[in-house]
Design a protein around this ligand. Structure first.
Ligand SMILES: [Fe+2]
Length: 279
């Protein structure tokens, strides 16, 4: 049986990918950030999952404004890397698990989540930066990846509650798959940040810390945070944090926090990383 062993919350700030790709990780600005991810990388190397479900958002690369799925599940065998304006990041292509992804779509749709089936898509920094942070720069990614794209780009994003419920349905879907697989799930994006307008640069450490605390102990409360509260308290782009609730929902009731790292700033974002093992 496939089993979700852990969830990883991590920011996906594009500047982090650019720092790695351009050999800047040793610069004083970046050293503390990459040092903070070392324990998470070690955890990942030890855990060695077979499959990673990566909940992320596309930043108008795979999807333009013609069609924006609320929840799009990547069912392809392989996903190319998107060109975000500077050429594709120099990272390996992402290998999927089309059989498990198709099973997940079936289970989720029967559970009344109206997933969009995505058979072809390019992946941008929203997915590749988390892989880089947790796996470094290998020749090939040592894990198969099922991308789950969530619309947090154009209003309205799904609610935290809906995301949390989807996570629970994902747990059921994965754990009804017969192959013995160790699965991890990523929730990406956030934490507090606003990249434009008069409040650009906004960071709210208090909000972020409470979010990290409650992710283990009180996810039901986080799931009740209305969208406007994210925007008001933690900046317009903090709405990405609803994706962490999909991750949390997929872990079941009991989790143990085994690692946490918080750092301000990377570019204009507050960076958070948490690892929760399912118990
Ligand atoms: Fe983002």
């Amino acid at each position: 049986m496939a089993k979700i062993i852990a969830g990883i919350g991590t920011s996906h700030t594009p500047a982090i990918g650019a720092a790695v790709d351009n050999g800047k990780t040793g610069e004083p600005y970046w050293v503390p950030l990459f040092k903070g991810y070392e324990p998470a990388k070690k955890w990942m190397a030890d855990a060695a999952p077979d499959v990673a479900i990566v909940v992320y958002n596309d930043h108008v690369n795979a999807f333009d404004f013609k069609i924006i799925p609320t929840f799009g599940l990547g069912c392809a065998a392989e996903f190319p890397i998107a060109d975000e304006g500077w050429g594709p990041r120099p990272v390996p292509p992402v290998i999927g698990h089309p059989e498990l992804a198709a099973h997940m779509v079936q289970s989720l749709v029967l559970d009344e989540f109206d997933m969009t089936i995505v058979n072809e898509m390019q992946l941008d920094h929203g997915l590749t930066v988390p892989l880089t942070l947790l796996y470094g720069t290998p020749q090939a990614w040592p894990v198969r990846v099922i991308p789950l794209s969530v619309n947090v780009v154009q209003y309205p994003a799904p609610t935290g509650h809906r995301c949390h419920m989807l996570g629970k349905a994902i747990k059921k879907a994965v754990e009804s798959w017969d192959e013995d697989l160790k699965v991890v799930i990523f929730g990406t994006g956030g934490m507090s940040h606003q990249i434009q307008g008069p409040r650009a640069g906004l960071i709210n450490k208090k909000f972020d810390t409470a979010f990290l605390d409650e992710l283990s102990s009180n996810p039901e409360h986080l799931a009740g945070i209305p969208p406007l509260e994210y925007l008001r308290e933690a900046g317009a782009e903090a709405i990405e944090l609803v994706m962490w609730l999909i991750m949390r929902g997929a872990l079941g009731d009991k989790v143990e926090e085994v690692y946490r790292f918080y750092h301000v700033p990377a570019s204009s974002t507050a960076v958070g990383n948490i690892i929760l093992e399912a118990r």
